[in-house]
Design a protein around this ligand. Sequence first.
Ligand code: SF4
Length: 351
Amino acid sequence: MAKLTRAVNVGGVQIGGGARIKIQSMTTTKTSDVQKTLAQIAALEKAGCEIVRVAIADEADALAVREVVDKIKIPLVADIHFSPKLAVMAIENGADKVRINPGNIGGEKEIRFVADCVNAHKIPVRVGANTGSIEKNFLEKYGRSAEALVESAQYNVGILEKFGVQDIVVSVKASDVPLTVQAYTLLAQKTDYPLHVGVTEAGTTEAGIVKSAVGIGALLLNGIGDTIRVSLTDDPVKEIYAAQHILRSCGLEEEYVEVVACPTCGRCAWESMRLAERVTEFVRPYKKRAKIAVMGCVVNGPGEAKDADLGIAGGNGACLIFKKGEPFKKVAAECAEEEFLKEIRLLLDGE
Ligand code: SF4
C-alpha cells in the first residue's frame, strides 16, 4: 500500500497525493546551449520522461529557461546551488519548480528573497539532502547516517516553511543503496511531503541501473516514493528506460508491451537475442497490455511461453509463430523477423 503524501503540482503534472509515480531525468547539456538542450529534452519526452531538470550554473542558463520552457511539453525544474539571484531569475523565466538547498543559498535574507519569488509564482521546491550536503552539526551528532540525512532534509524543509513555502518535494539521496533505503524509510515516517526517490551518483550504466533498481525498487515495493530518477553517467534517455523497467517490475505500470525472451541454451536454433532486441525497440511506444515472446527453439519455446499473446520460436530453416502457446504460422527463417514484426503490428494496432 503506497503511503499517501500531499499533492504537489509541477506545471500541471501532479506528484504525490495518490498520483501515479512520475519519471524524471536531468539534461546533460549546458542549458544556455538551447538547441542542444531542446534536442535532448525532445528525446527524453519521446522516451517517456514526465518532468525534466536542467542545471542553472550562470545567468545565461537562467535566461535560457524562457526559451526552453516555451518549446517543450513537459514541466521544467531548475537546479540551482548557492545563488539566490539565479534561482529568482530561473523562476521569473518560467521554471515550473526549483531544486535548491536553502542551507547553501545564503542567510535569512537570501532565502526569503527566493521563497517570496517561489510563493509569488506558486511553484514547488525540491529540497534535497545528500551525503555530501549534510550540515556539520548533523554529521557530528549522527555521523554519516540515515538520521543525519533525514535531519538535514527536515532542517531545510523547516527553513522554507518558515518563509511560507508550502509545496515541497523532499529527497535524501546517497550513493550507498542500504543507506538510501534506510534514509527514505525514516523520512517517510516523519513527513507527508511527496518524496523524490533516487540513488545518487549511481555510476556507469550497468552498475547504475542495478543500484537504482535495487534502491528505488525496495522503496517502491514498500509504498515509498512519488517521483523517481535513475542517475546514470550515460545518455539520460537510458535513465527513462531504466525507470520504466523499475516501475513495471514493481507492478506499478501495467499499460505496456512486455517482451519475454528465453535465455537460450544449447538447443537454440537461431539468433533469437538480436530479434528480442529489435522487438523491444519496436514495441516501446505502445501503451497497451500485451506479452510477446522470442524463444530460442521450437522444442520448448511455445510451451515455455504459453501465456504470451504472440511468440516466435526458431527452428531448422523455419520458425514457428505461435499464439498462447498454440502454433499459428510457420515461416521461412530468412523472412521470420519481418513476418513476426508484421504480426506484432497486427496485434497491437489491430490492423
Ligand atoms: Fe533453451 Fe529452447 Fe528453452 Fe530457449 S526455449 S532456453 S533454446 S530450451
